[in-house]
Design a protein around this ligand. Structure first.
Ligand code: NIG
Ligand code: FE
Length: 415
């Protein structure tokens, strides 16, 4: 039974927000509100109250945690992953080291199609048990809410298999899982382009919506993949079936994905390695959240998205891992903090906003997770004794996490 927990003597309680706060934008991203020498009371899986130690209530029946020298943060929200996949693709990694480009590998039947072939050969159970260790691993690194995409199935039955596995991860682990239908990830070789798009619109979307397997719809809008017009048409059908659009946009080329996303009212447009002033202006006049995936840029040696320009334009930034076997083989959010600070010149406060409340907003979950707010789910990261907030992105590859709590329950540690 979920009971009560009282965290006391917390060195700093970070990301403390009033009820109703949903997104940090522009220069407000540099503010990460905190309480020093704080207490935090959790009851029935939710945040009940918090404040200064001098105002700490006596709660005799609560489990007490002395947090002297330690920081508490909300759990990370990773709003873009492809965590369900069959196997890694390290041979393509070697080809890339030797000079092959992402597009060349894809054109030769590698890339997404390679992952699809492997995934199609697995049963649902096999796929689940291959994906489960990854889910456990991301939990240990502080992710408590995650979005998982399909897109390595590329047939109706295999897309459904992926989404069922993603949902099962949400049931059988403490992770909160949101799912995205990404049938429009690549064109399978077996059928024509037109036939595949028809199948997405006429078979896959209706069936997936009928089985309530997805919350969102995504399209890989990119040269050599889905055009702007195809992207818009697929999203419009998805919307009719209640799937909210979010897009892969402007990763390899400036190919119109941002404008397509704005046009269909996407919750977020993700990647943005190749954007200019026109795209930033389009975002400024929209509700669409720019989501940056710094590990994909790092791993493919792409230019990093212009985070400072986006912030200067007054925009909110979300940051996610893009965990997938081809372009971003890790779901480690602490590493995203470091990459974003070093490569995109974001401050520790900005990256913490980008990986908690703003990613929650990018999933329309900012009323439930992403900050220390009364009534929100008690998904918490308790750090080891650390010198300051800046130590977290600074200390690359150092495990500064002491304990994770999901709905107020302590997560079992794993080797
Ligand atoms: O987000 N860009 C498209 N999709 C993935 C890569 C998928 C893959 O290579 O398997 C991404 O980078
Ligand atoms: Fe992706």
């Amino acid at each position: 039974m979920p009971g009560k927990r009282l965290f006391i003597n917390i060195k700093s309680l970070y990301q403390v927000r009033p009820v109703g706060f949903t997104l940090a934008r522009g220069k407000d991203m540099s503010v990460l509100p905190s309480i020093e020498n704080a207490f935090l009371l959790v009851e029935d899986g939710k945040i009940k109250s918090y404040g200064k130690m001098e105002d700490c209530p006596q709660v005799a029946d609560a489990i007490h945690h002395d947090c002297t020298g330690k920081i508490i943060l909300p759990g990370f929200v990773d709003s873009h992953t492809h965590l369900v996949f069959a196997e890694p693709r390290e041979q393509e990694f070697v080809l890339k080291i030797k000079g092959a480009s992402y597009q060349e590998i894809a054109a030769a039947g590698g890339g997404i199609l390679n992952s699809a072939k492997k995934l199609q050969a697995l049963t649902e159970d096999e796929l689940f048990f291959r994906s489960l260790p990854r889910a456990r691993q991301v939990l240990q690194s502080g992710t408590t809410t995650i979005e998982i995409k399909s897109g390595y199935g590329l047939t109706l039955k295999d897309e459904i298999k992926m989404l069922r596995v993603a949902k099962r991860i949400g049931k059988e682990t403490p992770l909160t899982v949101k799912t995205t239908f990404l049938g429009a990830h690549a064109f399978p070789k077996e059928i024509s382009r037109e036939a595949y798009i028809d199948s997405i619109k006429q078979e896959m979307i209706p069936q997936i919506a009928a089985e309530k397997l997805a919350d969102y719809i995504d399209v890989f809008c990119e040269e050599g993949f889905f055009s702007v017009d195809e992207t818009i048409a697929i999203c419009e059908v998805g919307k009719q079936y209640g799937l909210k659009p979010r897009l892969h946009a402007n990763q390899l080329h400036n190919s119109g994905g941002v404008q397509a996303g704005v046009k269909v009212g996407a919750i977020s447009v993700d990647h943005l390695e190749n954007i200019g002033d026109v795209e930033i202006e389009a975002l400024r006049t929209s509700q669409t959240i720019p989501t940056l995936l710094p590990l994909a840029a790092f791993f493919l040696n792409l230019p990093f998205p212009p985070a400072r320009k986006l912030i200067e334009a007054g925009l909110p930034i979300a940051i996610a891992t893009d965990f997938n076997p081809g372009s971003s083989p890790s779901g480690n959010m602490p590493f995203m903090l470091s990459l974003a600070c070093v490569k995109m010149k974001m401050t520790p406060e900005e990256v913490l906003n980008a990986t908690t409340i703003n990613t929650a907003a990018a999933l329309h979950l900012a009323d439930k997770v992403g900050s220390i707010t009364v009534g929100k789910k008690a998904d918490l990261i308790l750090t080891k004794e650390v010198s300051s907030l800046a130590f977290l992105p600074y200390a690359i590859n150092t495990n500064w996490i002491d304990e994770i709590f999901v709905s107020g329950e302590k997560l079992q540690k794993q080797d």
